[in-house]
Design a protein around this ligand. Structure first.
Ligand code: GLV
Length: 313
């Protein structure tokens, strides 16, 4: 990998000013320019050597940008802007995202098992209706994605006595999963899953991965999606909820965000919706990951956070 000299950094992110301040306090030699999608000019990509963002409308073709750093873990928003130019490095921020997303997944699974919402509904109605809560212990969590996020989720479910089955491209054994299966076996793997957690990147191969066939194989399963909306076929999910193969869903991510007020998901029974908050990257994490990757690039080394643009993760 040839050494990259970065001097001008274009930041197109909601928290651009905070990120620029973080970088300026540590690398006064860099010049940061903060833009929003509406203030971005055609000249900006010609000025910049490096780009920092999450989903940005910057075209890299015919620009001077040699490095793109994602302020999030998922890079699908950056890759969707077109063909990835040869020789442009793409890095990402993971920080402590996995741990936060794992707490989100376990928190919502416990809320379902402990019947927190139904008991609260009973309370509001002044109704005394004893039903023994379930436990996570003794259930099975199938987790699609065995990277740092999927593994952190598996560790938390495993810690509460769940069996954990990971699903990955190759199906290679990966700690802390009890078992890992290849993605081709997803449809027959879900039949014993109480929890089906989606934690894989959105790529051409994972788009629509969890559709009618997979959901028809579920039995009393709760789907938890913290990955990207594109992994899950919403129509198939609503059908599976009607059919009862899926008995609940916790959705943090959607095909289009914000979720449209017309979406039937808002009113679907046993569906909990949160506004893409399961794994928010903090400014300090994005800034530290940026600086760490920069140190590698400047000394001609591949940053450990580099992503293969062709693979999408
Ligand atoms: C959040 O969705 C991320 O990709 O970091």
């Amino acid at each position: 990998m040839p050494a990259v000299r970065i001097q001008h950094v274009l930041i197109v992110d909601d928290r651009g000013d905070a990120l620029a301040a973080y970088i300026a306090a540590r690398r006064a030699d860099l010049v940061c320019r903060v833009r929003t999608p509406t203030t971005l000019t055609e000249a900006d990509p010609q000025w910049a050597d490096g780009l920092v963002g999450f989903t940005t409308p910057v075209s890299l073709e015919r620009s001077s940008i040699r490095w793109v750093h994602s302020t999030g873990a998922g890079v699908d928003g950056l890759l969707s802007t077109g063909r990835w130019p040869e020789g442009v490095t793409l890095t990402r921020t993971t920080g402590a995202l996995g741990a936060r997303m794992a707490e989100y997944c376990v928190g919502h699974a416990l809320a379902v098992a402990q019947r927190i919402i139904p008991f609260h509904r009973d309370q509001l109605a002044g109704r005394w209706a004893p039903v023994e809560p379930g436990t996570l212990k003794g259930t099975t969590a199938v987790i699609v994605g065995t990277g740092s996020v999927g593994s952190a989720i598996a560790a938390q479910f495993g810690g509460l006595g769940c069996s954990t089955i990971g699903v990955s491209r190759a199906g290679q054994a990966t700690p802390p999963f009890d078992h890992v299966r290849p993605v081709g076996r997803l449809a027959d793997t879900v039949s014993g899953a109480r929890w089906l957690v989606l934690a894989a990147p959105l790529t051409p191969e994972t788009r629509g991965l969890v559709g009618a066939m997979v959901l028809a194989g579920c039995r009393d399963t709760v789907v938890i999606n913290v990955a990207r909306g594109g992994l899950l076929d919403t129509t198939a999910l609503l059908d599976a909820l009607d059919a009862g193969t899926v008995t609940g869903a916790v959705l943090d991510v959607f095909d289009t965000e914000p979720l449209s007020p017309d979406s039937p998901l808002w009113r679907a029974k046993n569906v909990v919706i949160t506004p893409h908050v399961a794994g928010v990257t903090h400014v300090e994490e994005a800034g530290a990951a940026f600086l760490e990757a920069l140190t590698h690039l400047e000394s001609d080394r591949r940053p450990p956070s580099a992503v293969d643009p062709a693979r999408g993760y």
